[in-house]
Design a protein around this ligand. Structure first.
Ligand SMILES: *Cc1c(COP(=O)(O)O)cnc(C)c1O
Length: 219
């Protein structure tokens, strides 16, 4: 199946209200243009340099999402154009994003990443930190930041019950933290292997790479 056929098949499985981020990391500009021509406008990358390079040459109506771990010293390269930053995992990073967004005269939409997996290699706030972080964010007045919701990655396992439990936990945090805030309305969870489960558990944004573009060559 071609990229555009795979994309169209996936889009059919998404209920209304679920946004598809096409994860194009390691993929060529040609491949991205195939998805673009089929109607896709939201793309996700996990490396700043690759993101900037693609943004420079590809159509300007693409909405670029930074989905990977973001280092503070690289925020300045993307602050002028990036639509959504998924992986915010510290207040120091948030302060840097606020500063660079202000310089670019933008309000930057961000998601806080929560560590829901059992693997320690994945990034994110833990359960104890996240509520506190939200309080500080509200009090600190970061005028150029808008926290739109949460992002999480489930454990890489065949155990569906475990994955479901992790998504359910993230959804409950999302509901609790977002009470009374209409702009806190994005729950980014679900990748190629687990996105249908994530949607069942309340995801509003799925990040799919290999199921659209095929498997990645490890760099
Ligand atoms: C690579 C990546 C994805 C997409 O993974 P697939 O399994 O290829 O769909 C989603 N989210 C993040 C944070 C990623 O780094």
């Amino acid at each position: 199946m071609s990229i555009s056929e795979k994309l169209q098949q996936i889009v059919k499985t998404l209920p209304p209200g679920v946004t598809l981020v096409a994860v194009s990391k390691t993929k060529s500009e040609d491949d991205i243009m195939k998805a673009y021509t089929a109607g896709q406008r939201v793309f996700g990358e996990n490396k700043v340099q690759e993101l900037v390079g693609k943004w420079e040459v590809l159509p300007k109506d693409i909405q670029w999402h930074m989905i990977g771990h973001l280092q503070r010293n690289k925020v300045k390269y993307i602050a002028g154009f990036v639509t959504l930053i998924h992986g915010v995992d510290s207040l120091r990073l948030l302060r840097e994003i606020n500063k660079r967004a202000a310089q670019a005269d933008r309000i930057q939409d961000c998601l806080l990443q929560v560590h829901i997996a059992s693997e320690s290699t994945k990034f994110g706030f833990d359960q104890a930190e996240i509520a506190e972080a939200m309080e500080i964010i509200k009090a600190k007045q970061l005028p150029n930041i808008r926290v739109r919701g949460l992002m999480g990655m489930a454990t890489f396992t065949e155990d569906q019950a475990q994955v479901r439990g992790e998504f359910r936990f993230l959804k409950s945090l999302f509901d609790a933290l977002g009470k009374g805030d209409e702009t806190f309305n994005i729950l980014s969870m679900g990748m190629s292997g687990d996105y249908l489960l994530a949607i069942e558990e309340g995801s509003t944004m799925v990040r799919l790479g290999s199921s659209i573009f095929g498997s990645r060559n490890t760099p």
